[in-house]
Write a protein that binds this ligand. Structure first.
Ligand SMILES: *Cc1c(COP(=O)(O)O)cnc(C)c1O
Ligand SMILES: [Zn+2]
Length: 421
């Protein structure tokens, strides 16, 4: 293992590799995992090598030791699809979708859960907990089930039923909190401290980002040396975004790539804390940002894209840094545009996104319209979760099937087919 410590995103204080906490003991900020890149680079010189497509083939750049037993489910190794017909609708020539719905629990969150579970096992933890809008919980429930570990999930009462049923089916204890995601988050933190559980909660747990970064490694490998101009990431807490940026900066630190893509943040106008923060900081026109002085905005989120409905982004500072350092944009689109993007994506590519996972395509169209994206740019959208996780929401925009009598005449009538002689 080449992990060699932690560094605070806010005050930059470092901690040794055997530090036992999850947050900076100086300022309470989130921690970034650091590596001995010189040694890691020797191991992966020229690339990560062959091996079954799953995220632990990147072990040299993960905060986990080599395990004797393979991971029981295939996490990562998801497809990157060229979406030419979808791209053309916005005048784009090189649009790609990274299809994270192919993970075991049908969302991107499995990348984080997998790494956290390996850390939990090494810590001797028997119970892993998480606060979740729905996907982090169902992901943790899925992967703990595969290991015979127990999980306790805190979700807002209003989480989509499919995500809750999924978590329960995997055998998790699911506590639906009367309140929003932020209430669930705080309660999970307090309960985990009280009862000694290993807490997976996003932003708080520094290991989630490390699992998430493997998505960037795969995109790089699949593009065979080309670097995207932009990777567009749906953001609530901002941990997916900070993770994907970490992946690209890791590749650079390991000498595998020379330049970096821009990372764009896609949010709903009804949950836009990161967008507001980026706008405020860019307006302030400071030449040099002092990150320990930067606060992230808080909003009252009401978006129907439940996976990105967050009042206070728990990895907001790291996400804002990633947007600034990469030169990316932070774009908020309306819930109406998000819902419209679902059948556009599904109908042009065969990939069916949940609302949050449709936000990047809605944001791409907005950025093309605003001439931020040029037609020749290579753009990758992260399709972070499956449409089946909240089909009811999509149904509101897509409508219901036509009901007919069981007769050929009714088929002709419904489809306006000409009567055959
Ligand atoms: C969690 C999640 C997001 C947002 O990730 P953050 O780290 O909270 O920004 C986006 N889409 C889906 C499907 C998710 O489950
Ligand atoms: Zn700090």
């Amino acid at each position: 293992m080449y992990m060699n410590g932690y560094r605070c995103f806010a005050c930059t204080t470092v901690q040794p590799v055997d530090f036992a906490g999850f947050l900076c003991p100086v300022c309470g900020g989130n921690l970034d995992i650091t590596y001995d890149y010189t040694s890691a680079t020797k191991e992966i010189a020229g690339g990560f090598g062959d091996g079954r497509r799953q995220l632990f083939r990147y072990q040299a750049l993960l905060p986990v030791r080599k395990f004797a037993t393979p991971f029981p489910l295939r996490v990562g190794g998801t497809p990157l699809y060229q979406a030419s017909r979808l791209g053309k609708q916005a005048g784009l020539r090189s649009l790609y979708l990274k299809d994270e719905t192919c993970n075991p629990s049908a969302s991107f969150k499995d990348r984080a859960s997998a790494v956290v579970i390996r850390r939990a096992i090494d810590n001797g933890a028997g119970i892993v907990s998480a606060a979740s809008t729905g996907n982090a919980g169902s992901s943790l429930a899925c992967l703990t089930a595969a290991h015979g570990l127990r999980s306790v999930i805190f979700v807002p009462e209003t989480a989509p039923p499919a995500k809750l049923t999924q978590s329960l089916a995997y055998g998790a204890r699911v506590l639906a909190v009367r309140g929003n995601y932020d209430d669930a988050f705080d309660l999970c933190l307090a309960a985990s401290e009280e009862f000694g559980w290993f807490n997976r909660s996003t932003g708080f747990n520094p290991f989630t980002r490390e699992g998430k970064k493997t998505c960037a490694f795969e995109i790089w490998e699949d593009l065979a040396g080309r670097i995207p101009d932009r990777v567009v990431v749906p953001s609530g807490d901002g941990n997916m975004l900070s993770g994907i940026w970490k992946g690209w900066t890791d590749l650079k630190a390991a000498g595998l790539i020379r330049h970096l893509p821009k990372i764009d943040c896609a949010q709903s106008t009804a949950s836009d804390a990161i967008c507001r923060t980026v706008r405020r900081l860019r307006d302030s026109d400071k030449a040099e940002m002092n990150w320990s002085q930067v606060s992230v905005d808080e909003v009252r989120a009401s978006t129907l894209a439940d996976s990105i409905s967050v009042n206070r982004p728990r990895d907001g500072l790291a996400a804002v840094q990633a947007i600034f350092q990469s030169g990316g944009e932070a774009v908020a689109v309306t819930d109406e545009e998000i819902l419209k993007a679902i059948p556009e994506m599904a109908g042009s590519t065969g990939v069916f996104p949940e609302p949050a996972a449709a936000a990047p395509w809605a944001a791409v169209k907005q950025m093309v319209k605003d001439e931020i994206i040029r037609p020749g740019e290579l753009v990758v959208c992260i399709v972070s979760g499956s449409g089946l996780k909240d089909a009811a929401r999509a149904g509101e925009a897509i409508g219901a099937p036509q009901v007919i009598d069981p007769s050929l005449a009714a088929v002709r009538d419904a489809l306006c087919l000409e009567i055959q002689p």
